[in-house]
Write a protein that binds this ligand. Structure first.
Ligand SMILES: *Cc1c(COP(=O)(O)O)cnc(C)c1O
Length: 495
């Protein structure tokens, strides 16, 4: 059976999975959603004997129904290979009453690798299936994590080029070094004299520039996006929740049919939405716990039913969650509005016009599966400190937000359901904040001294992703002004 995708903002358009992956966003500005969420068609018991790659196939085949078995298995095989530093791909670590699902064993040591290592293959396969001859040019603006994960995913993938723009003074030194040392003939990295919003706006303008599109077409190119709203990123994220559940069962940490809670440190709402889809596929998940940092729009939304982005933007130590518009929330809104595209569209119009929308009581009642809370900067730091002192396990700042919310939830509800915490980055990626949380005296050390110190105290080898950049050559040194972004792209593509 073919699963079709429709837009969250109108009833007209239905597309196949490969078309949704190629387009990214629907023409009406909505997000593609599956017309229904498929149920797992193999038993949990059978899944518990499978490798990560095998589970990935069983989950993804239900969503990407126009991919042949051979195509999908090849994409999975190319994505989840030795790029990951463990055969398990996403290992579980038990610490202080919770199970941490480590999603940071990929090439850039953050959870974006879980999806961005397979997206290039899904995209090039989709292009082939839809008889697209053009080379795909991925254009991305990044505030740090996404850019590097996308570069690593697309590097040397035939039929693609990737161009990443980042704000010159707006990313961490480690993040910048990771990007400007990126190998691959088809990779281009550009610093702009501007902030992230200007980079983002410049990229959006190029996407909607019709004359640029025409010239690209003539030269045999077309743009595509590696944005987190692409279903080609969402679907691979469902896999690890299914995998984690069946591993817990296989390891006898839970009994058959036992429900678990899942805590996710949230920004754009993609990762937690994948957990919600896993629940709807039949994985026994009780509560989906949405953890925010001081940009707590989602906490306020879950408590009041009122989404309000009109507030100060706070720069925190968990920058990948510093977001005021959680784009993927639209897919949940659409679902609790009983898949009424008109109703959803009016909420989203209100959001873009006034920055606010309020859902109905009826819709709010459908959010019983969710619980939201947040952690302040102090709570995040003390969570890192406490867990390290009691167990020796060191969390990154994003995961610490989740661990803090997990504790608050337990105190508030006395719910003792076993809990999975999505661990979204290696502490080596946010070393300075992590080490400062453990001891303020570390602040005097430089980045790589801190990294060696973290390795010693956590008893974890410095990840390859960090070793690799320590002495790596700088391969990208282009800097441009905000108004030169288009010309820079033209120069690269020789158009
Ligand atoms: C992107 C990111 C998040 C937020 O994930 P969403 O899917 O946007 O909610 C959390 N932690 C880290 C380390 C990230 O890179």
């Amino acid at each position: 059976m073919n699963l079709l995708y429709k837009s969250t903002r109108s009833e007209n358009e239905t597309v196949k999975a490969s078309e949704a992956i190629l387009k990214g966003l629907a023409e009406d500005g909505g997000l593609y959603v599956p017309s229904s969420i498929p149920k797992l068609d193999v038993s949990i018991e059978a899944l518990s004997n499978m490798s990560y790659q095998e589970v990935a196939y069983e989950v993804m085949k239900l969503f990407l129904t126009d991919f042949t078995e051979e195509e999908l298995k090849l994409c999975i095989q190319k994505a989840y290979d030795k790029k990951f530093d463990t055969d398990e791909i996403a290992p579980l670590v038990k610490a202080d009453g919770a199970f941490y699902l480590e999603l940071f064993h990929g090439p850039t040591i953050a959870f974006k690798d879980m999806a961005l290592s397979i997206l290039p293959h899904l995209l090039t396969t989709s292009a082939k299936k839809n008889k697209i001859k053009n080379e795909i040019v991925i254009l991305t603006a990044t505030s740090g994590d996404t850019g590097k994960a996308a570069l690593a995913g697309f590097a040397d993938v035939p039929g693609t080029k990737i161009i990443v723009f980042y704000p010159k003074d707006g990313v961490s030194p480690i993040q910048e070094k990771q990007m400007i040392t990126q190998k691959g003939e088809n990779t281009f990295v550009v610093a702009i004299d501007g902030n992230f919003d200007q980079a983002q706006t410049g990229v959006k303008e190029m996407f909607s520039n019709q004359s640029l599109a025409n010239e690209m077409e003539k030269a045999g190119y077309q743009f595509s996006s590696a944005n987190s709203i692409n279903i080609g990123r969402l679907v691979p994220q469902i896999v690890y929740y299914v995998y984690a559940y069946v591993r817990l069962l296989a390891n006898k940490e839970i009994q058959q049919d036992e429900r678990i809670n899942v805590v996710v440190p949230t920004g754009n709402f993609g990762n937690i939405l994948a957990a919600y889809y896993a629940k709807n596929m039949g994985i026994p998940i009780h509560k989906l716990i949405c953890a925010s940092n001081e940009n707590k729009v989602l906490f306020d939304f879950f408590s009041t039913g009122n989404y309000d982005k009109n507030r100060d933007f706070v720069l925190t130590s968990s920058p990948s969650m510093d977001i005021l518009i959680s784009s993927n929330l639209e897919r949940l809104i659409y679902n609790i509005a009983d898949q009424d595209a008109n109703k959803n569209r009016s909420f989203m119009e209100s959001l873009s016009k006034s920055g606010v929308y309020k859902i109905t009581d009826d819709m709010k009642n459908k959010l019983v599966d969710f619980y939201g809370n947040y952690a302040t900067e102090e709570m995040t730091a003390s969570t890192i400190y406490d867990l390290y002192n009691s167990t020796g396990y060191v969390l990154d700042t994003h995961t610490a937000v989740a661990a803090s919310v997990f504790k608050q939830y337990g105190k508030e509800t006395n719910d003792t359901t076993k809990t999975l915490i999505a661990s979204t980055a290696s502490p080596f990626k946010f070393t300075r904040s992590v080490m400062n949380a453990i001891d303020k005296n570390y602040d005097k050390m430089d980045e790589f001294e801190l990294i060696d110190e973290l390795s010693k105290l956590s008893n974890v080898e410095v990840p390859h992703a960090i070793e690799e950049i320590r002495n790596a050559d700088i391969l990208h040194d282009t800097v441009c002004k905000v108004n030169e972004m288009e010309q820079t792209v033209r120069n690269y593509l020789k158009i």
